[in-house]
Design a protein around this ligand. Structure first.
Ligand code: TMP
Length: 237
């Protein structure tokens, strides 16, 4: 399938229509953003690394019974996906405290969260992706109660599958964000899973190997992503 009209340019990916209404092409760019898009830089190899990483994870999830929008990789930085009607909330699962929960609740970074937590954020850069909850999401017609319950169950299932996968590479899955959409009345996992949207630490040294290297200007951002990819077996070429 070929790229046609540009449908949407996101912060890290561009979305193109194809000749089939049910399918889209995502192009992973090298753009890297923080502060809700207010800081943007190009990092060499990022588009390719994230496309390969995402394809690997989406295939693992699908093998484990989680339906995803992933169809096939079209090139080093492009993937063919199902066109979902996206639900505008981000689902965040946390196993250890980091990022906004540390700031919000004054926790020590790395505090174990048992059982893992589940949070919702409204997808709106201008508002800084504010935290919301189920009743707000239903009242504003973003999703039904049943859809939100399914998103929660699926998010915890993804956490179980991926915690085991990263653990085998001596890595801690600290937290992650998922986005879901509706495809022919089914809730399907969309967007991407890459080190841009999760936190991954080395189990022993607690070294950060995810986008916090960019947010916190720690350097070697893509080297961190590649290290994770190597340890979990993502083919990068
Ligand atoms: P947070 O600590 O900033 O709330 O983020 C939790 C995790 O979810 C972290 O791995 C980053 C990811 N995330 C995104 O990728 N995009 C977002 O808009 C949000 C709210 C979180």
């Amino acid at each position: 399938m070929q790229r046609q009209q540009l449908l949407y340019k996101g912060k890290a990916k561009s979305v193109y229509e194809t000749e089939d209404h049910d399918f889209l092409i995502l192009h992973f760019r090298d753009d890297t953003s923080a502060l809700d898009g207010k800081r943007i830089e190009q990092l060499a190899r990022k588009g390719v690394v994230n496309n390969r990483f995402n394809a690997f994870i989406m295939q693992k999830l699908s093998e484990a019974g989680v339906e995803t929008h992933f169809e096939k990789q079209l090139s080093a930085d492009e993937v063919l996906v199902k066109r979902l009607d996206m639900i505008p909330v981000e689902c965040v699962v946390r196993n250890f405290a980091a990022g906004s929960i540390v700031r919000r609740l004054g926790l020590e970074e790395g505090t174990a969260l048992t059982p893992p937590t589940f949070e919702l954020f409204y997808k709106d850069d201008a508002l800084g992706d504010p935290m919301v909850n189920e009743s707000i999401s239903v009242a504003l017609d973003w999703a039904t109660d049943a859809q939100l319950e399914e998103m929660k169950v699926l998010s915890h299932k993804v956490n179980e599958i991926l915690t085991a996968l990263f653990d085998a590479g001596d890595l801690m899955l600290v937290d992650f964000k998922l986005e879901f959409g509706v495809f022919h009345d089914r809730i399907v996992l969309g967007d991407e899973f890459s080190p841009d949207g999760c936190r991954i630490w080395d189990k022993t040294t607690k070294k950060k190997l995810d986008k916090d290297r960019f947010r916190q200007s720690l350097g070697d951002v893509i080297e961190g992503y590649e290290e994770v990819a190597k340890r979990i077996g993502v083919p990068l070429d």
